[in-house]
Design a protein around this ligand. Structure first.
Ligand code: GA4
Length: 332
């Protein structure tokens, strides 16, 4: 995304919503040390209260993180015409400003990638065709390490919730047919708009993630905000050495509403570019998304109608970013 002049920048911005940078910086984000013997209890508590927590001592090698950051920045710094060759994101590939296919826009450019090895040959021809092998290998090393860590996190969740067997969740993410994906988001700075209006551009509008779990890592530029239970928006202080874990809609249903999927958004920073990398762990398309029986109290009924991940995903992809997607599947 190359900004040539102030007026060109503002042209680009006209469709993108802005927001006063007023949300308070929140220092109450729960922090979980993956090696803490209490981790399972702390994870469940954080996911019940916020649907969100910060993970430290996660075991993902820092070199994988910095290699991918270098490769991703090299890609996003290419001329626009080169990046466009890796698009459009239908469903995987490079996208710029347009999010999904129903009219959502944001001050962001991104690469959406599949993590399923059966589909990656398609990516080889689109995304990685014009890019060095070092990019593909940095993505693979990073995604594999983050997946291993995510499997451990959801096993701890299952333990903490007394879901049996303890791999009831992780087996969905480990499955060869797991419908998981990976996203690199780049939010360029936009100083002109900030100077003129005192407002920040919305990089990625408010939404919940449809999958089971999302694992986010960003550079040290702020921008991520989460919505608390009382509906106030707070800014999450960035931490480039840690991961942030989000509960997704599917996990909210599988725990019959005990864990809540977190509404979040990203504001672009006027001065610094933000780069984030997110793994979205989803189940196989044919998987029924229903509450785990071992978690239900005697006589407790599901709050949701029965549906498969394919049905939920199809419905999600027809929705606008900010929609409350679970509403269609609630019993009432
Ligand atoms: C939000 C989470 C992931 O980034 C994503 C997004 C997807 C897209 O960018 O194409 C969606 C969005 C996300 C939810 C509603 C639909 C689909 C954009 C959109 C408007 C890849 C996903 O799985 O769902």
């Amino acid at each position: 995304m190359v900004v040539h002049s102030q007026s060109a920048a503002l042209d680009h911005c006209s469709l993108i919503k802005t927001c006063k940078p007023t949300a308070t910086v929140f220092n109450g984000i729960p922090v979980v040390n993956l090696r803490d013997p209490q981790a399972k209890t702390l994870i469940v508590k954080a996911c019940e209260e916020f649907g969100f927590f910060k993970l430290v001592n996660h075991g993902v090698p820092m070199e994988f993180i910095s290699e991918l950051e270098t490769e991703a920045l090299r890609f996003f710094n290419l001329p626009q015409s080169d990046k466009d060759k890796a698009g459009p994101p239908d469903p995987f590939g490079y996208g710029c400003k347009m999010i999904g296919s129903n009219g959502d826009v944001g001050w962001v450019e991104y690469l959406l990638l599949n993590t399923n090895p059966q589909i990656t040959s398609h990516q080889t021809h689109t995304v990685f065709r014009e890019n060095p092998e070092s990019f593909r290998s940095a993505v693979n090393d990073y995604v594999q390490a983050v997946q291993r860590m995510a499997f451990e996190v959801v096993e701890l969740m299952a333990d903490g919730l007394r879901i049996e067997p303890r791999d009831a969740l992780s087996r969905l993410l480990r499955d060869d047919k797991s419908d998981s994906c990976f996203r690199l988001n780049h939010y360029p700075p936009c100083p002109e708009l900030q100077a003129l209006s005192g407002r920040n551009l919305i990089g990625f509008g408010e939404h919940t993630d449809p999958q089971i779990i999302s694992v986010l890592r960003s550079n040290n530029t702020s921008g991520l905000q989460i919505c608390l239970k009382d509906k106030t928006w707070v800014s999450v202080p960035p931490d480039q050495t840690s991961f942030f874990i989000n509960v997704g809609d599917a996990l909210q249903v599988m725990t019959n509403g005990r864990l809540r999927s977190v509404r979040h958004r990203v504001l672009a920073d006027p001065r610094n570019s933000r780069l984030s990398m997110i793994y979205f762990g989803g189940p196989p398309l044919s998987e029924k998304i229903v509450p785990f029986p071992s978690l239900m109290a005697k006589g407790e009924e599901s709050l949701y109608k029965e549906f498969t991940w394919w049905e939920y995903k199809t419905s999600a992809y027809k929705s606008r970013l900010a929609d409350y997607r679970l509403g269609l599947f609630e019993k009432r």
